[in-house]
Design a protein around this ligand. Structure first.
Ligand code: PLP
Length: 387
């Protein structure tokens, strides 16, 4: 069949491509350590699983409202009001199958062809993909290592034109683990308000943060009416396969996003939503335990990488990724990632999987056991020693 022209503009997430390559090598008997995929290696906490089983037994197996089950919308509104310090109504919450659809629906609902959207680069590849797909102009803001991979607000300001309709921010960030400061957010809010630009704030890693506080732009005066928060359960509660996320936005936009869902996926799985209430309202010890483990692994991976000659790695404050600088080896990142997989048996991603400004870097996910991380570091040391 002949594809529609727009399909040529759709990007993807290379993590899934690398995973497939790694699986092929495994099928041939090679032992691969997986540091490519962005998902917690922990199981979903038991109380959440039990809650879903109960929900299934109680018959939560039918369609529900497109915007989400009212009791979950209420629980999320209450929770996010507390964490962001602004009163949020249930009518401002849309439940989606994972956080990712919030990106797609928000861009689809708000952006016209030819509009400009500023997005972080290196950054989550789906931003650029969806902006291109709908025929808008993707304008990258470069995240620089010398600025701890936080965006530079003066540079952001210089990229704004009369056509700029949206800015996407992501903190804690994938792939660099950087966290925006309250000063950064105040400056971004000022640019947004001055130029009437919507902010899509991807806060999916808000709870996976070490020693610093997560600040949301939503809490800044003048921002709730022009901000969409993307949040979800995948990372915080190790629920990637459940497909449960949500967006917080003005109520009139929430109605439109719900209408897009009616046209697309009807609703989010009803029993997943029931379990989502338990996740929020139940004890948070498991989340805290996972974050403590991530922190220990981050420390191990950063110190191990910095011991390797010519590898330079910052200590990120959030998410579960490091983004080491490997430019000293003079090999293109994509080739380097390929060679690391084939020669060292460690699956990592090229920095360029996150945009052109990721050249010179690789992304390592430390959502794996300490034993595997230690083994991977040994293999990387041998590999880099031979280049
Ligand atoms: N945003 C960022 C920055 C991510 O890294 C991811 C997943 O990797 C998502 C959003 C989407 O997560 P999900 O759809 O599983 O909630």
């Amino acid at each position: 069949m002949k594809l529609a022209e727009r399909m040529s503009r759709l990007g993807t997430e290379t993590a899934f491509v690398v995973l497939a390559k790694a699986k092929q090598l495994e099928a041939k008997g090679k032992e691969i350590i997986h540091l490519e995929i962005g998902e917690p290696d922990f199981d979903t906490p038991r109380n959440i699983v039990e809650s879903a089983i109960r929900a299934l037994n109680e018959g939560w197996t039918h369609y529900g409202p497109s915007a989400g089950q009212p009791d979950l919308r209420e629980a999320i509104a209450e929770e996010v009001s507390k964490t962001r310090g602004v009163r949020i109504e249930p009518s401002q919450v849309v439940i989606t199958p994972g956080g990712k659809p919030v990106m797609f629906f928000a861009i689809l609902a708000l952006i016209n062809e030819g509009d400009e959207v500023i997005y972080p680069n290196p950054g989550f590849p789906i931003y650029e993909s969806v902006i291109d797909f709908i025929g808008a102009r993707a304008v990258p803001i470069r995240l620089r290592e010398e600025n701890q991979f936080r965006l530079d607000v003066d540079e952001l300001s210089s990229l704004v034109t009369p056509r700029t309709k949206m800015m996407i921010i992501n903190s804690p960030q994938n792939p660099t683990g950087s966290v925006l400061t309250i000063e950064d957010l105040n400056a971004i809010a000022e640019i947004s308000i001055r130029n009437n630009i919507v902010v899509l704030s991807d806060e999916i890693y808000s709870r996976i943060i070490y020693g610093v506080k997560h600040h949301s732009i939503y809490g800044i005066k003048g921002m709730p009416e022009r901000t969409i928060i993307l949040e979800g359960y995948s990372k915080t509660y190790a629920m990637t396969g459940w497909r449960l996320g949500y967006g917080i936005m003005p109520a009139d936009l929430a109605e439109q996003v719900a209408k897009l869902q009616t046209n697309c996926n009807s609703c989010t799985a009803s029993f997943s939503q029931k379990a989502g209430i338990t996740a929020i309202k139940g004890p948070q010890d498991d989340v805290e335990r996972m974050v403590r483990k991530f922190r220990d692994r981050r420390d191990a991976v950063v110190s191990g990488l910095n011991k390797i000659k010519n590898v330079k790695c910052l200590t990120p404050s959030g998410a579960f990724y490091v983004f080491p600088n490997v430019s000293a080896f003079g090999v293109k990142s994509a080739e380097l990632a390929d060679r690391i997989l084939n020669e060292a048996g460690v699956a990592v991603l090229s920095g360029t999987s996150f945009g052109a400004f990721g050249e010179g870097y690789i992304r390592i996910s430390y959502a794996n056991s300490t034993a595997n991380i230690t083994k991977a570091l040994d293999r990387l040391e041998i590999f880099f020693g031979k280049i």
